[in-house]
Design a protein around this ligand. Structure first.
Ligand code: HEM
Length: 149
């Protein structure tokens, strides 16, 4: 098992990065759709179009990309010699990934509110929420590449 993971390491890392990029693209784009959706009248054809776009983005891209990021990320964790469990960066990274995952689920619950025409939040709220995954992504990448502690 360890030998297989070690042999596959470059591929696992490439697939992890591809999955993370796809997940981040969705986490950054879905709140933008919510911003425009706020301006569409309930029941209008544009509101219905936003519902379809939001559902497809979450179900067809974000959910599978998140699962793939976890599967390949966990495989990297199990690859011998990759993570030194005495260093702090890996705990910081995994903690921030947990916050990112929580944010993913918040976005999914907002999508359900829009789908049921029950959103009461203003466009400004979704504009501000857009900063959350951006900040998390910056710190996560610094943790895994710079490994400051
Ligand atoms: C989903 C849970 C995740 C787990 C379990 C995980 C775990 C890991 C591990 C163990 C590595 C290997 C480090 C190495 O090869 O040196 C890695 C690499 C990497 N991860 Fe993650 N990760 C996760 C999510 C993320 C997220 C959300 C991001 C970015 C927003 C990210 C960005 C990266 C990058 C850029 C690398 C490559 C770093 C390098 O060049 O060595 N990961 N990840």
């Amino acid at each position: 098992m360890s030998a297989v993971l070690a042999a596959l390491y470059p591929w696992t890392k490439a697939l992890h990065i591809i999955a993370v990029i796809s997940w981040m693209a969705g986490l950054l784009y879905l709140p933008r759709l919510f911003v425009y959706h706020c301006a569409a009248e309930r029941g209008s054809s544009s509101s219905e179009t936003f519902k379809v776009m939001e559902r497809r983005l979450l179900r067809a891209i974000m959910n599978p990309a998140m699962i793939a990021a976890y599967v390949f990320g966990l495989s990297l964790l199990l690859t011998p010699g990759i993570v030194d469990w005495q260093s702090g960066w890996i705990y910081a990274k995994l903690g921030l990934v947990a916050v990112l995952t929580w944010h993913h689920h918040r976005q999914a619950s907002w999508m359900k509110e829009f789908a049921a025409d029950r959103n009461e939040r203003p466009a400004r709220f979704f504009r501000m929420q857009n900063e959350v995954p951006t900040l998390l992504m910056i710190v996560i990448v610094i943790m895994v590449v710079v490994r400051p502690f």
